[in-house]
Design a protein around this ligand. Structure first.
Ligand SMILES: [Zn+2]
Length: 254
């Protein structure tokens, strides 16, 4: 392919495609930075933390309660064993008898204290459990909401990525139809001129820099098949045509 048989519409198309790809990538960035999602994530982390603290507190209380209950049970067994010994008739020493009776008394007193403690712990557990359950429910709700929104966002992003991938394929096809030297110039200009290398002249105005081309300059800018140069912004300038408008229309739907 040479510059002579090259269709300048392709150059305009290339720029339109690249502009859309850039916009779509920007859109993905914006979608991913969803404020509601960040808010939900923060809320979730906070509730999770509170839930964990509340849960640990309950666990510690339950641990203490069980320890008290186990000790009560152990001491009851011990009382039973001593009782059996006392009624077996094998103890003859009065001192030994008194010692055992004293031990039973102490064990019973200890169990009374432990039962008080167990009851207090049970009341405290009952008082604190509703708050824990409420936090757990709140945590689950936020998690669900977060996941739903995240799924929605990911689906959106995937959709846009699909379009970008389509456009990239179209771009490769378009590039094949542009001579290498023109492509090189296009890339250089694009970098220097804020992403716009090609401008269309409409009603004698350069669309990129909005400057009217003078009558004198128009003498040289007549050929619709050629790439000209804007006297003001130095971009590649092509004359608008139905063909160009038709070609660009396809990209309006993106
Ligand atoms: Zn211009």
């Amino acid at each position: 392919m040479t510059e002579k048989n090259f269709d300048i519409t392709k150059l305009v198309e290339l720029q339109a495609i690249e502009k859309i790809i850039y916009k779509k990538a920007f859109e993905i960035n914006r979608i991913k930075k969803n404020e509601q999602l960040l808010k939900l994530k923060n809320e979730y982390e906070n509730v999770k933390e509170s839930c964990s603290i509340s849960g640990s507190g309950l666990e510690a209380l339950e641990h203490d309660r069980k320890k008290a209950a186990d000790t009560i049970k152990m001491q009851e067994d011990k009382i039973k064993r001593i009782d059996e010994k006392l009624f077996s008739g094998t103890i003859t020493s009065a001192k030994e008898l008194m010692n055992y009776q004293e031990e039973i008394k102490q064990l019973k007193q200890s169990n009374e204290n432990l039962e008080d403690r167990e009851l207090k712990l049970m009341i405290e557990i009952d008082e604190k459990r509703p708050a824990f359950l409420e936090l757990t429910e709140k945590k689950n709700l936020i998690e669900k909401e977060f996941e739903e929104l995240n799924r929605h966002i990911e689906a959106n992003v995937k959709e846009i990525e699909k379009v970008i991938s389509e456009l990239k394929n179209i771009r490769l096809d378009v590039i094949k139809k542009i001579p290498a030297e023109i492509l090189k110039k296009y890339d250089e200009l694009r970098k220097r001129k804020d992403g716009i290398a090609v401008s269309i002249m409409k009603n004698n105005f350069c669309q990129a820099c909005s400057v009217q081309i003078s009558a004198g300059e128009l003498q040289n800018i007549k050929d619709g098949q050629k790439i000209h140069k804007c006297p003001m912004c130095s971009r590649m300038l092509v004359i608008n045509s139905d063909k160009i408008e038709e070609a660009l229309k396809i990209y309006e739907s993106y």
